[in-house]
Write a protein of this length. Structure first.
Length: 134
């Protein structure tokens, strides 16, 4: 059982998973991080992780209240890649997290350029994080 409820991210207002990658930097060993991560998040291939496997639907990217979901995709890409990079190459969670990071990154990139001023002027900061880290 994990400490995090991924369904809570379904409204598109936040993403708690980024905290997991930062925690990996603070924990003493990769074994300690893996144990903590498995208590914190559900398995990425489980139904409990499903809300994070689909990029948020952006129906009107020019509406700043909806277009911010493009930023959520960038944030998820950054978070998922960060968590994956804190895992050993042989960890069974690493590849599914990297696949999801690429999916969110691609969706964010494809939606970013039609976001109008309401999104385009600030989405670049999220894009830089997602494209320059892990």
């Amino acid at each position: 059982m994990s400490d995090i409820e991924t369904q809570g991210d379904g409204h598109g207002q936040d993403l708690r998973a980024r905290h997991a990658s930062g925690a990996g930097e603070e924990l003493a060993s990769s074994e300690e991080f893996r144990a903590w991560l498995r208590a914190f998040l559900p398995d990425p291939l489980s139904a409990g992780f499903a809300p994070l496997t689909r990029p948020p639907e952006v129906r009107d990217p020019e509406d700043p209240r909806i277009g911010h979901l493009i930023g959520l995709s960038w944030s998820r890409a950054w978070s998922l890649a960060g968590v994956a990079s804190a895992l050993e190459a042989t960890d069974p969670w690493r590849e599914p997290l990297l696949v999801l990071a690429r999916l969110h990154r691609r969706e964010a990139h494809d939606g970013m350029f039609g976001a109008g001023y309401g999104g385009e002027h600030w989405l670049a900061s999220f894009a830089l994080l997602a494209l320059t880290e892990p």
